[in-house]
Ligand binder design. Structure first.
Ligand SMILES: [Zn+2]
Ligand SMILES: [Zn+2]
Length: 288
C-alpha cells in the first residue's frame, strides 16, 4: 500500500513540468489573444491576421507536444527477454561464467552488434533481457527503451524510437510559436517602452501581460534554439544524445561514433520517412 502511494506521488511529481508547460501556454494564449490582439492592436486586418496565424501555429505546437507526451515508449521485442526461454532460465542457475556465456550466445543468436567494453553482449539485469543495439534502460520509466535519446522531464516521457520525430516537431513549432509572439508583440513593446513601461502598466495593468509575453517568448526562443540546433546536429549524424556522450562499442572490439551514419539524407528519412507531406505532421512516418 505504502509503495503504491509513493509510486502515485512520484508520478504526480513527474507530471509537474508538463503542467508547467501547459500553464505557460494557456497564459500566453490569454496574454496574446486578449491583452495584445483584442486590447492593443487597433487595425482590424492586422488583428485578424495575427489571430489566424497564431492559432495555426498553436494548433501544430500543441498537437506535437501532446503526441510526444502520450506516445508509448518503444520497448524491445519479447524474444530479447531471457525469462521467456525455459531452457535459458534453467541454465542460468549455473555459475557466473556459465551465465555470461549463455547471455553472450543468446545475444549473438539475436544478431546484436553492440557490446560492453569487456566485449560481452549488453544485458539489462533489471529487465532480465538482452539490450538491442541502441537500446538503453531508462531508470525513470523502469524499462529498456529502443533507440533511447534521453528521458525528457518536460514531456514526462522517454524521447526514443517511437516519438523522436514528434519531439523534434515539438521543438520546431515551439520555436516558431515563440518567434511569432516575439516578432508580433515587438512593435507594442517598443510603444510601451517609449511611453514608459511603468506608466503604461499603471494606466492599464493588462499591459503587464504583454510586457511579460515579450520577455518570456524571447527567453524560450533562445533556449529552444540551442536545444533544436543540437538535435539537428544529431539527426544529420544519426546519433542519439546518449551515443554522443558514450560512443558505442562493437563486436570487433572497436568504438565507432559513425556506425549508424547512413549519410544526412538517409538519416533524415529514417526519422521522417520519404513522404514530404508527412514531414511537418506529428504522425508516424519514419522508416522501420
Ligand atoms: Zn532494462
Ligand atoms: Zn524514460
Amino acid at each position: 500500500m505504502a509503495s503504491k502511494c509513493v509510486k502515485f506521488l512520484l508520478s504526480l511529481l513527474r507530471a509537474v513540468p508538463v503542467i508547467f508547460v501547459t500553464t505557460i501556454v494557456v497564459w500566453s494564449y490569454y496574454a496574446y489573444t486578449i491583452q495584445l490582439c483584442l486590447f492593443n492592436v487597433e487595425n482590424l486586418a492586422e488583428k485578424i491576421l495575427y489571430l489566424i496565424f497564431y492559432h495555426l501555429i498553436l494548433f501544430f505546437f500543441s498537437w506535437s507536444f501532446w503526441v510526444t507526451v502520450f506516445t508509448p515508449v518503444a520497448v524491445p521485442p519479447f524474444e530479447y527477454n531471457l525469462s521467456s526461454s525455459d531452457v535459458v532460465t534453467r541454465e542460468l542457475l549455473g555459475s557466473t561464467a556459465e551465465r555470461k556465456k549463455i547471455i553472450n550466445n543468446f545475444g549473438k543468436s539475436l544478431g546484436v552488434q553492440c557490446r560492453l567494453v569487456t566485449g560481452d553482449v549488453r544485458f539489462c539485469e533489471k529487465c532480465n533481457a538482452i539490450k538491442p543495439d541502441r537500446a538503453h534502460h531508462c531508470s525513470v520509466c523502469g524499462k529498456c527503451i529502443l533507440k533511447l535519446d534521453h528521458h525528457c522531464p518536460w514531456v514526462n516521457n522517454c524521447v526514443c524510437f517511437s516519438n523522436y520525430k514528434f519531439f523534434l516537431l515539438f521543438l520546431v513549432y515551439g520555436l516558431l510559436y515563440c518567434l511569432y509572439i516575439f516578432s508580433t508583440s515587438f512593435k507594442y513593446f517598443i510603444i510601451f517602452w517609449e511611453v514608459g513601461v511603468a506608466s503604461t502598466i499603471s494606466s492599464n495593468m493588462g499591459n503587464l501581460h504583454v510586457v511579460f509575453l515579450f520577455f518570456i517568448s524571447a527567453m524560450f526562443f533562445i533556449s529552444i534554439t540551442v536545444l533544436l540546433s543540437y538535435h539537428v546536429y544529431l539527426v544529420v549524424l544519426n546519433r542519439s544524445t546518449i551515443e554522443s556522450y558514450q560512443t558505442p562499442m562493437f563486436a570487433n572490439g572497436l568504438k565507432d561514433e559513425h556506425a549508424f551514419n547512413l549519410g544526412y539524407k538517409a538519416n533524415f528519412y529514417e526519422i521522417f520517412g520519404k513522404n514530404p507531406k508527412l514531414w511537418f505532421l506529428p504522425v508516424f512516418s519514419r522508416l522501420d
